[in-house]
Design a protein around this ligand. Sequence first.
Ligand code: ZN
Length: 168
Amino acid sequence: MAFSPTGESALFVPSDCADRHWMRRALALAEEAGQNEEVPVGAVVVGPAGVLGQAANEIERSGDPTAHAEMLAVRQAVETAGDKRLLQTTMYVTLEPCAMCAGAIVLARIPRIVFAAFDPKGGACGTLRNVVQDERLNHRCAVQGGLLESESAELLKAFFARLRQKKK
Ligand code: ZN
């Protein structure tokens, strides 16, 4: 995998096995959110010492259209770390981040993103646009998409099928 150097610090890269472990944690958060009527998306921010922040979508519960899992996880991680820069971390998220979340990830200087499902309708980490690897910005992230993709896609598919069923 090719990494985009951020020039700020050496990149901490968990093993492939660890990547799967953390993505499963994000998927569990997503699944729980789906049971609470939220679009099932979960995110975990992990540093060398472990989890700094983890969250799922809370848009319905909070009535806040910006309460995406990644935003909440970043805020929590910043608080835990006591640092506005989340250097040496990886963001694990079950769906490709949107433009807002990708922007927040850049602002927080997260050096690496691993996501599960690609989002053809809003993905801003390579699908519709690529906010996190824009050469005009002074921070770029390494991105790995498609880890446990089918698990996340299944969750989303089942959620929207249930939603359509309810509307009938
Ligand atoms: Zn988002």
